[in-house]
Design a protein around this ligand. Structure first.
Ligand code: 13P
Length: 345
């Protein structure tokens, strides 16, 4: 079992590569498609996933893709099951295994559903070729939250999920997301992230999760979306690395950030800055973005066949730029460069 996990980690910790999160639930996918006035059906969701997953040469920048259950049994235009198509391109297929959020009684805070029957589901997903999984917990920042209760419960569930994954030979991506929603300061985000990460890693330890066979997908330490005087790129990068160094054991192989509502450019610039701070990082630091990789492609597509190429170009551009950022080689002026220009050397 250990070897299986180690092999997956080896393929997913590749310099200059990151993870594409394409695991939107039907509800979230419907929201995304509505933003371009496309009706959400099994077929339009398949077409959209087909567009991204068949983009030429994504394997240069993407080493893993997180899929949603529905996509596992869908096929590309060329008739190949998506997980198989990814594996053929040297990309590790993964699966979102949580079953969404529920509210604690009498509270605005949320926990994540999906622990019941997780082992059986993992076995089914493995038959489709999935080798890693994702579970997302969320924490909102307000005067009274996140509470100790929510922090403890979500950490415990993340740890139980991670343990179950490893018992089934599946690498767990542990995703504690401190939400960007609100007008809070970067300081409030820093404090909340500190508490959340501390509790997550102590729960993982209590459950005997093998830290060297897991991946962390955290949010960055960032000002609330509606805050005045939002912190700049430098401060976000410095504070994020600081909180990670204080709470994440060095034996963890990889940290792959979520984008969490940052603009695509912000998400790329922040990741890049973390690599240019001149600090030694004990883990690989990269991306596992959904919106920051997909949004420009979604806008370019508009549900029209004649736009597929332009949409793939837009997607590849974000993938390339984030790949460069994961090596500290991104520059803002690249945003305006034509994709065909040799921006990779
Ligand atoms: P975003 O990058 O859009 O935040 O999505 C990442 C993700 O997987 C959320 O669970």
């Amino acid at each position: 079992m250990g070897n299986e996990l180690k092999q997956t980690i080896k393929e997913m910790v590749a310099v200059g590569k990151g993870i594409l999160a394409a695991d939107e639930s039907v509800k979230t996918a419907t929201k995304r498609l509505a933003s371009i006035n496309v009706e959400s059906t099994e077929e339009t969701r398949r077409q959209y996933r087909n567009l991204m997953l068949t983009s030429p040469e994504i394997e240069k920048y993407i080493c893993g893709v997180i899929l949603f259950e529905e996509t596992l049994s869908q096929k590309s235009d060329s008739g190949i099951l998506f997980p198989k198509l990814l594996a053929q391109r040297g990309i590790v297929p993964g699966i979102k295994v949580d079953e969404g959020l529920a509210e604690f009684e009498g509270s605005i805070e949320q926990y994540t559903k999906g622990l019941d029957g997780l082992g059986e589901r993992l076995e089914k997903y493995k038959e489709y070729g999935c080798r890693f999984a994702k579970w997302r917990a969320v924490y909102s920042i307000s005067e009274t939250t996140p509470t100790e209760m929510a922090i403890r419960r979500n950490a415990q569930d993340l740890a139980k999920y991670a343990k179950t994954c490893q018992e089934h030979g599946v690498v767990p991506i542990v995703e504690p997301e401190v939400l960007i929603d609100g007008a809070h300061s970067i300081d409030a985000c820093h404090k909340a992230t500190e508490k959340v990460l501390r509790e997550v890693f102590s729960a993982l330890k209590r459950e005997n999760v093998m830290i060297d066979c897991a991946i962390l997908k955290p949010s960055m330490v960032i000002s609330g979306k509606e805050a005045n005087n939002r912190a700049g790129v430098d401060e976000v990068a410095k504070r994020t690395i600081k909180v990670l160094k204080a709470n994440v054991p060095p034996e963890l192989p990889s940290i792959n950030f979520l984008s969490g509502g940052q603009t695509p450019q912000e998400a790329t610039a922040h990741l890049n800055r973390m690599h240019t701070l001149n600090e030694s990082l004990p883990w690989y630091v990269s991306f596992s973005y959904a919106r920051a990789l997909q949004d420009p492609a979604l806008k370019a597509w508009q549900g029209k066949d004649e736009n597929i190429r332009a949409a793939q170009q837009a997607f590849l551009k974000r993938a390339k730029l984030n790949s460069l950022a994961a090596m500290g080689k991104y520059k803002e002026e690249m945003e305006n460069m034509d994709l065909d220009m040799a921006i990779l050397n």
